[in-house]
Design a protein around this ligand. Sequence first.
Ligand SMILES: C[S@@+](CC[C@H](N)C(=O)[O-])C[C@H]1O[C@@H](n2cnc3c(N)ncnc32)[C@H](O)[C@@H]1O
Length: 218
Amino acid sequence: MSRNLLDVATKHEWHNIRWFRRMAPVYDIVEIFARHIREKVVSDSDLSPGARVLDMACGTGSQSIAFAKYGFSVVGVDLSPDMLARAKKKIRKGYDVTFLCQDASSIPYADSHFDLATVSFGLHDMPEGIGVAVLREMRRVTKPDGKIVIVDYDVPQNSLPAFLGHAVAKTWESKYYDRFLEVGLQHYLGEAELSAQEKENFIFANIQKVICTNRKRA
Ligand SMILES: C[S@@+](CC[C@H](N)C(=O)[O-])C[C@H]1O[C@@H](n2cnc3c(N)ncnc32)[C@H](O)[C@@H]1O
């Protein structure tokens, strides 16, 4: 990581821990609209039993738990101890899930360790350089031809849902959200040398799920 990005990461960590300390107690309200997206991410993953799944910026762990429920071996990584404390409470007997508190742009796993990596509603909550570094880290630790699944905001073509979606999201989103919408997920994917094979929209196209294949060499 460059010196400049290290400074950005340090400031971001300071901000993030405080921001999500306030958000953690109420965060799971998002499950009212996100629950069906979690299930869709799992069913589209097409994984074999026992597969290893990485959930970056896992927050309160809803996506991690959605995978663990089906018997997958899951690692969730997040910077916020408060979000992770809630995630840990969701672990049930028999779930194979580990939660790590650290920056997702550099994680202690070997190259190609995971069958699939995912990040949901995480990229818009970090500086652009860190978001790109997280996607690159996902490529590094995911097997060649493994899936990389990203769920985050999109901008609907239709201006009414775009206006309403943006107005609602602005009431709670962090300071990085505007920049994420301005450059768009495609820009992040390009910087990380990923390309979307499949895209699906939810909630009047305010949310997108993108599936990429990890085209690195073994
Ligand atoms: C909106 S929450 C999304 C949580 C979860 N993925 C979900 O789908 O509900 C964004 C999360 O990103 C985490 N985050 C932000 N920057 C991070 C980083 N550099 N490394 C790890 N986690 C990070 C925050 O702590 C927060 O829990």
